[in-house]
Design a binder for this molecule. Structure first.
Ligand code: 5GP
Length: 192
């Protein structure tokens, strides 16, 4: 394990599905200091997703065995599939002085907060529910029933924002990323 003179930290980026947290995380990963927490999941890989890079894709039995072995800091069921944050890579990144980026749903973030996992908790909020509805329908993958269910869930999750350290409105990607960069104390990006 690599060690560093200074301890790293955990940055949790959370919010309702469709709020744009994945896009924000992609931008934050352009910093060398930032390491992505690869979650485990029982859902099937989407086209282009690589095992070990985007997720550790596990069967339900494999996932349950890891729960039993205490390998997860938290795990939750999201839209019918299991997701979990692994303990070992988080520990390694912190002792290597990195910013460990955890992209997580609201349920998982609040679970980590309840477990007193030390970190900066950021809630990414959509500019409005109308925008969220458009983003979720724009994916074109959901039936109207699923879309309504997701919007209802997003409304419930939005109420939890007060439990976070910071609320960042994703009205403009660059602006939102800059706001988070300042919160975390990441340096200005170097332009070529
Ligand atoms: P997707 O299947 O679209 O990649 O993710 C579905 C949801 O699961 C997203 O809201 C995502 O943030 C959440 N998720 C991803 N990894 C984890 C995790 O390790 N734990 C929890 N609780 N949620 C996660």
């Amino acid at each position: 394990m690599t060690t560093s003179d200074h301890q790293g930290s955990v940055l949790l980026i959370s919010g309702p599905s469709g709020c744009g947290k994945s896009t924000i995380c992609k931008q934050l990963l352009e910093y060398d200091q930032v390491v992505f927490s690869v979650s485990a999941t029982t859902r099937a890989p989407r086209p282009g997703e690589v095992d070990g890079t985007h997720y550790h894709f596990l069967s339900v039995d494999q996932f349950k065995a890891r729960i039993e072995a205490g390998e997860f800091v938290e795990h939750a069921e999201v839209h019918g599939n299991m997701y979990g944050t692994l303990r070992a890579p988080m520990r390694e990144a912190i002792s290597a002085g990195k910013t460990y980026l955890v992209e997580i749903d609201v349920q998982g973030a609040l679970q980590l907060k309840a477990l007193e996992v030390d970190g900066i908790y950021v809630f990414v909020a959509p500019p409005s529910f109308e925008v969220l509805r458009q983003r979720l329908s724009g994916r074109g993958t959901e039936t109207p029933e699923v879309l309504e269910r997701r919007l209802k869930k997003a409304e419930d999750e939005y109420r939890e924002r007060v439990k976070y350290d910071h609320i960042v409105v994703n009205d403009d990607l660059d602006r939102a990323v800059t706001e988070i960069r300042k919160i975390v104390g990441l340096p200005m990006p170097t332009t070529a």
